[in-house]
Design a protein around this ligand. Structure first.
Ligand SMILES: Cc1cc2nc3c(=O)[nH]c(=O)nc-3n(C[C@H](O)[C@H](O)[C@H](O)COP(=O)(O)O)c2cc1C
Length: 315
C-alpha cells in the first residue's frame, strides 16, 4: 500500500496548485462522496474536479499548503491553507486583483488506502469578504439557492417604498474612481451615508448595472464629491451614461488617484474596505483617507428635484 501521507499531499498539490485534476484518481475511491459540513450538500469526484478548475480559473496562482495530515487507521484529517490572487471574474463577480487567503479542514475515511468519504469544513468568510459573494457555489451557479439569511421579498409595493424615499431630502454626490486603464469614471449617487467618525467610515450603494460598477468593484479607493448649487449640469452628466463624463470638467486626483471634482462643496477620498452584496446593489464601505472642504453651498435633492442649499430655490 502506498504511503497515504505522501500520496495525498502529492495528489492534492498537483490538483489544486497545478490544475492536474486527474492526479486525484490515484488517491480517491470510485465511490467517493464529498460532504460540505456547512450546507450538508454532497458531491462526487467529477464535481470536485470541476470546482478545482473553476477556482483555479479565478485564482491562477493558487497555492495550497497541507498544514497537517493526521491518519488513524481508516480515519484521516487534513488541515490546509490556500492563497491566491483574485485575477479573473468568478461568475458575475469582477476580479479585485487582491491576494486572499482561506483555511479549512477535511475529515474523512479511507477504503483500501483510498479516500472514500470527506467532510469539508471551510470557513469561507475571509475569502468571501474579498470576493463579495454570499457563497462560492452561488457565484458559479446562479440557479443554486443561497443559504437563506434573510428573505428580502415582501408584500410592500415598489410604489410604497418610492413614496417613502420621495419624502427624504438628501445631498447629491458624484462617486468616482479610475479604471484599470487609468480612465476616470463616476456616477451621481445620493445613497451616501456616514457610518462612524472613529474609525472614519462611510458607505455608498451602487447598482450593479452601472457602467462605473466594474471599475469601482476593482478599485482600492474611491472619491465622493458633494455637489454644490453651481453644479446642476454636473449632476445631469453623472446621472447619464455619457462616455467621457470628465471631458469638460476641472478635477484633480486624490493621493490615490480618485477624481475629486473642482467646485464641489466637499470631497473625500476613501479606501474601500468591504463590498456587501445587496441583491441588485453593492454597498461599498470605505475608510476616509483625505478630505477637502470649500465654501460652495451644497445642492439638495428631493423626489426628482434639485434645490439650492442656501435659498432652497429650485435649480
Ligand atoms: C439624485 C440621483 C441619485 C442617484 N443615486 C444613485 C445611487 O445612490 N446609486 C446608484 O447606483 N445610482 C444612483 N443614481 C443613478 C445613477 O447616477 C445613474 O444610473 C447613472 O446613469 C449611472 O451611470 P453609469 O452607468 O455610467 O455608472 C442616482 C441618480 C440621481 C439623479
Amino acid at each position: 500500500m502506498p504511503d497515504i501521507r505522501k500520496a495525498v499531499t502529492a495528489a492534492w498539490e498537483a490538483a489544486w496548485d497545478r490544475g492536474e485534476i486527474d492526479a486525484l484518481d490515484a488517491i480517491i475511491d470510485p465511490g467517493y462522496i464529498r460532504e460540505s459540513a456547512g450546507s450538508g450538500t454532497t458531491s462526487g469526484l467529477a464535481e470536485l474536479k470541476l470546482d478545482i478548475l473553476d477556482v483555479r480559473g479565478a485564482f491562477p496562482d493558487l497555492h495550497t499548503t497541507v498544514d497537517k495530515l493526521i491518519v488513524d487507521d481508516d480515519d484521516f484529517a487534513v488541515f490546509w491553507t490556500s492563497t491566491g490572487t483574485f485575477t479573473n471574474a468568478l461568475a458575475a463577480v469582477p476580479a479585485t486583483g487582491r491576494r486572499v487567503q482561506t483555511r479549512g479542514s477535511n475529515q474523512g475515511t479511507l477504503r483500501n488506502g483510498l479516500v472514500t468519504y470527506e467532510r469539508v469544513t471551510w470557513d469561507q468568510s475571509e475569502l468571501l469578504a474579498d470576493l463579495g459573494v454570499p457563497s462560492l457555489r452561488s457565484a458559479f451557479e446562479g440557479d443554486v439557492p443561497e443559504p437563506v439569511i434573510d428573505d428580502l421579498s415582501g408584500a410592500l409595493s415598489a410604489d410604497a417604498l418610492k413614496g417613502f424615499n420621495r419624502q427624504f431630502f438628501t445631498g447629491v454626490t458624484v462617486v468616482t474612481t479610475v479604471d484599470a486603464e487609468g480612465v476616470p469614471r463616476g456616477l451621481a449617487a445620493n445613497s451616501y451615508a456616514s457610518i462612524s467618525l472613529e474609525p472614519p467610515l462611510v458607505l455608498i450603494c451602487v447598482q450593479k448595472t452601472s457602467s462605473t460598477y466594474p471599475a469601482l468593484f476593482q478599485a482600492t479607493h474611491l472619491g465622493i464629491n458633494i455637489l454644490s448649487n453651481q453644479q446642476r449640469s454636473t449632476v445631469a452628466t453623472f446621472a447619464s451614461k455619457t462616455p467621457d463624463k470628465f471631458a469638460s470638467l476641472q478635477w484633480h486626483g486624490g493621493a490615490h488617484g480618485s477624481p475629486l471634482i473642482d467646485g464641489s462643496s466637499a470631497a473625500i477620498e476613501a479606501e474601500i474596505k468591504e463590498r456587501f452584496q445587496a441583491k441588485t446593489h453593492t454597498v461599498f464601505i470605505a475608510k476616509v483617507t483625505q478630505s477637502e472642504l470649500s465654501d460652495a453651498v451644497p445642492m439638495i435633492y428631493k423626489s426628482g428635484h434639485f434645490f439650492d442649499g442656501a435659498s432652497l430655490d429650485e435649480l
